[in-house]
Unconditional design. Structure first.
Length: 652
């Protein structure tokens, strides 16, 4: 009886509000004005009823068309928050509220009658947890459905635009549960829009949904799962010759004038490939996306669903697809002359780094148990040997030694390891060797790893052998002797610049190259000459192409022809060396000296010929030196190393 009286009072109040509005505004009243007046009157009615019901409170009465009061307001606020009702709460249960209740009931899996009775109250009251949440379930710890905002443009009519959005991956894997296969953009114009349904076209065969996919989810651009459905004969509906899956029970707001992206993610059955599903195609149904604007009007898009489509490959599980890839690391030791002067006989060197390489794991964690490398040298049986070899974690020789091995011929087998490379990461390794019996004659050592399942034995996270192992890595030559100089560049690669014409009549420009060489005498004193020496000039300035020139002009990466005139100058700090006689110097054993070198190439030869136009680089190719033990020697290890090559300069 009390409810009936209040309903009548509500009707009178609404009529009075409308009358007052029209009388005072003379036709200029807006919907928002009326709603505000009605809300104020309803607040008075709620106080007359004896208290108000706030969001989050249980609803205890049956509600239907004609009902009014605080409980109707609570229900309306909940429906507004969920995006089912797109006008302000009035406290009166009219046709718009009924339509919103029907939509909520459908999403909640209840009979869609519009009557808010015991079943609806039980569902609604069970979902109240410190605030109103209508709809929304929890599946496997993931909250599905619920609200993502509310419409802030009541009464405004809008337009929905649906376009395809990119999906980065094109392969899904058995056992995966959240592989993205389709995405679309939803743009709202003229009004906020509440996206409330997405209908998917799964094709004309049952294979994809009952043998390939186990579940389909709709995820917004903030990673929230809006809707989710298993794929089976109950959830997938056949219409004509086509199978459709509808995702609903949610409301996601796209604010007016903005665009949001939604992604379809799938779960893949464990035996999909074995059951014959190696690919699939998913697209939006025609008018597959439904939204509601501020005026409560349903909008649909796209008119042609095939404009948003994606075909993907179905592969065996990531675990079964695990792979390893071998490649050279950027820290791979450069080719160098190395002096082995340690040990009792001054002919030994421990852990000479021969190769630094990378191994990348893809699709699963991979554990390496065995690795076989090739370690070779040009030394005869009487020359230097690699007595022990090491596999070290990381670049360089200071990391953890994972395994050691003696050579069998040129093969080093590192066994009994358990080194895990996480999925999607790369780890670096170094192969080093103990050098013994180095001699004054130079011997060459290098190492290599070829990627295959024989050379690298590994298992995936399930303990199965990884069979896909590819790639390779080869170290640079390490030239080993027992005495002699060790060379290094100070300050990096040679720097070339274009300079004013010099040297010969008619020259339009020249190129100048500057670099600094550090030389250390190891095991014995080292003698070297200046540019005037005819026997062992440090850099002799020989400019004959193919004739062993010390600095090679390069054009387009190849030796420049014809020969061009040049000059070379050295700066010797005489305080650090002794005189070796005419045009020569002696660097004492264990000492170092930095030698600046300046090289100039002219654009005309002494015969007056112009150089070929182009971009020139300059490669240090040879350094000459002498010891009493080795006699005259030429170091040429740098001849193919780009570290010893200058930048390019345009000439002439």
């Amino acid at each position: 009886m009390i409810r009936t009286k209040i309903a009548r009072a509500s009707g009178l109040a609404i009529g009075a509000a409308m009358a007052l509005g029209f009388a005072s505004q003379a036709g200029a009243v807006t919907i928002a004005d009326l709603q505000a007046q009605i809300a104020a009157l309803m607040a008075q009615l709620q106080s007359l009823q004896g208290g108000s019901v706030s969001n989050g409170a249980a609803i205890t009465s049956d509600l239907t068309v004609g009902s009014s009061g605080a409980q109707v307001t609570a229900l309306q606020n909940a429906l507004i928050a969920q995006g089912y009702l797109h006008v302000s709460a009035t406290g009166y249960f009219g046709s718009l509220t009924k339509a919103a209740v029907m939509a909520w009931q459908s999403a909640a899996g209840l009979p869609s009658t519009g009557f808010f009775g015991p079943l609806s109250r039980a569902r609604f009251n069970g979902s109240v947890t410190g605030g109103t949440t209508v709809g929304g379930t929890t599946t496997g710890g993931t909250t599905v459905g619920g609200v993502t905002g509310s419409i802030t443009t009541p009464g405004a009519e809008g337009t929905l635009s649906i376009t395809a959005a990119p999906v980065s991956n094109s392969t899904v894997y058995e056992g995966d549960q959240n592989d993205a296969v389709l995405a679309f953009n939803a743009k709202a114009t003229g009004s906020d829009l509440a996206i409330q349904r997405v209908k998917l076209n799964l094709g004309t065969a049952t294979t994809l949904y009952n043998k390939g996919l186990s579940r389909v989810s709709l995820v917004d651009d903030q990673g929230r799962v809006l809707a989710q459905s298993d794929t089976n004969s109950t959830t997938v509906i056949k219409d004509g010759t086509t199978y459709y899956l509808t995702l609903s029970g949610f409301s996601s707001i796209v604010p007016k004038g903005t665009q949001r992206t939604y992604t379809i993610k799938v779960g893949v059955r464990d035996n999909a490939v074995a059951d014959g599903v190696t690919s699939g195609t998913i697209l939006l149904a025609d008018n597959g996306v439904r939204a509601v604007d501020g005026a409560g009007i349903d909008l649909y898009g796209p008119s042609t669903g095939s404009t948003v489509t994606k075909t993907f490959t179905v592969s065996a599980s990531l675990t079964d697809s695990a792979s390893l890839t071998v490649s050279a690391d950027s820290a791979n030791p450069r080719g160098a002359e190395v002096v082995a002067s340690n040990g009792a006989s001054n002919n030994e060197l421990d852990k000479l780094a021969l190769l630094t390489f990378d191994i990348a794991a893809d699709k699963d964690d991979v554990t390496i148990t065995d690795l076989t490398a090739s370690v070779t040298g040009t030394a005869p049986s009487t020359g230097a040997t690699a007595s022990s070899t090491y596999l070290i974690a990381g670049a360089g020789t200071t990391g953890q030694v994972l395994a050691s091995a003696s050579l069998s011929g040129s093969t080093a087998t590192f066994s009994n390891m358990s080194y895990t490379i996480p999925k999607g990461t790369t780890r670096s390794f170094t192969i080093a060797a103990d050098i013994r019996s180095a001699r004054t004659t130079q011997d060459t050592f290098t190492a290599s790893v070829t990627g295959n399942s024989t050379n690298i034995v590994a298992t995936n996270s399930a303990g199965d052998t990884v069979t896909t192992v590819t790639g390779s890595a080869t170290g640079n030559n390490q030239l080993v002797r027992s005495v002699g100089p060790v060379f290094a560049l100070v300050g990096g690669s040679p720097v070339a610049t274009r300079i004013a014409p010099a040297g010969f009549s008619g020259a339009t420009s020249s190129a100048a190259v500057h670099f600094v060489v550090r030389m250390t005498a190891v095991g014995t004193a080292v003698e070297f000459g200046d540019t005037s020496s005819t026997t062992f000039a440090f850099i002799d300035g020989d400019n004959t192409i193919g004739g062993g020139q010390s600095i090679n002009p390069l054009l387009g990466g190849s030796a420049a022809t014809p020969a061009v005139s040049s000059s070379t100058a050295l700066t010797i700090d005489t305080s650090k060396v002794a005189s070796g006689g005419s045009n020569s110097y002696i660097l004492a054993k264990g000492n170092s000296i930095d030698i600046p070198v300046d090289y100039v190439m002219y654009t005309k030869t002494s015969a007056g010929a112009d150089v070929t136009s182009g971009v020139y680089q300059f490669q240090v190719a040879r350094i000459n030196w002498l010891t009493s033990v080795t006699g005259r020697q030429a170091s040429t290890f740098m001849a193919t190393d780009t570290l010893w090559r200058s930048n390019g300069v345009s000439l002439p």
